[in-house]
Design a protein around this ligand. Structure first.
Ligand SMILES: Nc1nc2c(ncn2[C@@H]2O[C@H](COP(=O)(O)OP(=O)(O)OP(=O)(O)O)[C@@H](O)[C@H]2O)c(=O)[nH]1
Ligand SMILES: [Mg+2]
Length: 255
């Protein structure tokens, strides 16, 4: 690509030294800025990423479970130099080659934020049944509690305008940052959002450190608690959680 896209790509990383150079080099072919946020890696992630041309930021904070995914993303998005910030994981599972398409779609739809959904899976793509079931359950929870047709509440890829970032109050330092930023956008009347279907690749290098059950339960509780904290207590006081009235009120939240 002759002209790079005026975007900042933010990649949160912990111990991705094995594949990060390839990812950064691929990303730098299309993106004007590639930020790798290194969070307590014990391998050479930061060094390798820097050598490959990334801007490396170190974010040492972790949540009570020792995860710094959220802190790193928030830090990276704030540090971004360009108006459009794109996030994705450092394990090569998200499609760098579709960034331009997502950006075009975002422009056509004229929205502030674009959520990239890995579902439905395209032929040959694999995400374990456990994970699919978990994401489906959490998507359903969002549909019920927030009235938004969520396709992939746990996607690590989204595009957001820097100018609206400050109106999204982000507090989660761990894995919950991913649902938090999406829910904050859904709940914010001033922010327009849309969804875009992306490809998803299998992790080719490194080991998965994800603790599916613990993280899944953490998300389940978070999505519930976030809803209770944010339109209630007034509504909850008078309205049972699963009443049609509550559901309707949730629908009104949608932009
Ligand atoms: N900053 C930061 N990044 C993390 C942390 N843990 C994982 N990551 C990064 O966050 C991204 C997503 O983590 P993954 O381990 O791929 O999690 P996952 O996609 O749910 O699960 P697998 O791909 O199966 O491992 C990757 O880029 C990781 O390097 C952390 O504690 N802090
Ligand atoms: Mg991954």
């Amino acid at each position: 690509m002759k002209n790079k896209l005026n975007i900042s790509l933010v990649i949160p990383c912990r111990n991705e030294a094995e594949g990060i150079a390839l990812l950064v080099k691929k990303a730098l072919k299309i993106a004007a800025e590639v930020i790798v946020v290194d969070n307590q890696s014990t391998d050479k992630t930061a060094l390798v990423a820097k050598k490959a041309g990334a801007r490396v930021i170190k974010e040492p904070r972790v949540d009570k479970l020792g995860i710094g995914y959220g802190y790193s993303l928030t830090r990276g998005m704030k540090a971004a130099k360009h108006e459009i910030v794109v996030t994705l994981d450092g394990d090569g599972t998200y499609p760098i080659d579709q960034i331009e398409a997502t950006l075009n779609f975002m422009g056509r739809k004229n929205v502030d934020m674009l959520l990239c959904s890995r579902f439905p899976l395209v032929d040959g793509q694999a995400i374990s049944w456990w994970r699919q079931l978990g994401v489906w359950l959490l998507n359903t929870q969002v549909r019920l509690f927030y009235g938004y047709d969520m396709q992939d509440i746990l996607s690590g890829m989204w595009l957001v305008k820097k100018s609206v970032l400050s109106s999204l109050k982000l507090n989660e330092g761990g894995w919950n940052l991913s649902p938090e930023i999406k829910l904050a956008a859904i709940m914010n009347q001033k922010i327009s959002i849309d969804q875009f279907h992306i490809h998803h690749y299998e992790r080719e290098f490194g080991q998965s450190k994800q603790k599916l059950v613990i993280t899944g339960l953490e998300h389940l509780w978070f999505i519930f608690a976030y809803r209770v904290r944010h339109l209630l207590p007034v509504r909850l006081k008078f309205t049972p959680l699963f009443s049609i009235k509550f559901w309707k009120s949730a629908r009104e939240v949608r932009v």
